[in-house]
Design a protein around this ligand. Sequence first.
Ligand code: GSH
Length: 206
Amino acid sequence: MTTLYYAVGACSLAPHIVLEWIGAPYESVKVNYGSKELLAVNPAGAVPTLREDDGWLLTQAGAILDYLAHKHPEAGLSGGDSLREKAEAHRWSAFFTSDLHAAFWPIFMPYRYTTDESDEAKKAVAEAGQKLVQKQLKVLNTHLEGREWILDGGRSVIDAYAFPMIRWAIKLLPGGLADYPNVQALHDRLAADQSVQTVLARESGK
Ligand SMILES: N[C@@H](CCC(=O)N[C@@H](CS)C(=O)NCC(=O)O)C(=O)O
């Protein structure tokens, strides 16, 4: 059985949702960052990490999502198979990994971005992160104008990838998603999904 190592509130929520959408049997294992259990499967001590029955391990959210979409073509979550559709899926996967996810790091872990240990310095780093997040949300909001899902091929792993980050934005931005109505609409569409609710309940221990 496929096993997903996840942490509560982390980006691992994305492959967790995708596994639920796919509907094939899987196991999800809750771990703590840097724990012995997690380090045994991912030397970076980070989630998500995926393990297959034969011991094969895969890290990096974008790679895991792409793998799951293509391992289960019957679920129709790849966003399409034409050359350009595949390129668009890679484009948005890279956007979430490198642009939006990375923009949250200074907010979550400001101490990694300054050698100044004062609270003021860390606050300034976090504020810079917020500006960066807003910049990337604007890109996503513009793209979503008139669209139901991020890719032309319909609901895909990329929408699941967006979901944890949109939740972080709601929680961490002073104005929430007020300036990003299309992002809010995508969030609401996903939040209304039964599989998404199942995973959120599991992750929060309900
Ligand atoms: N580039 C990696 C980043 C994974 C990552 O850093 N995940 C966070 C949770 S969202 C984590 O495990 N952080 C723990 C840490 O950095 O120590 C990916 O996209 O999978």
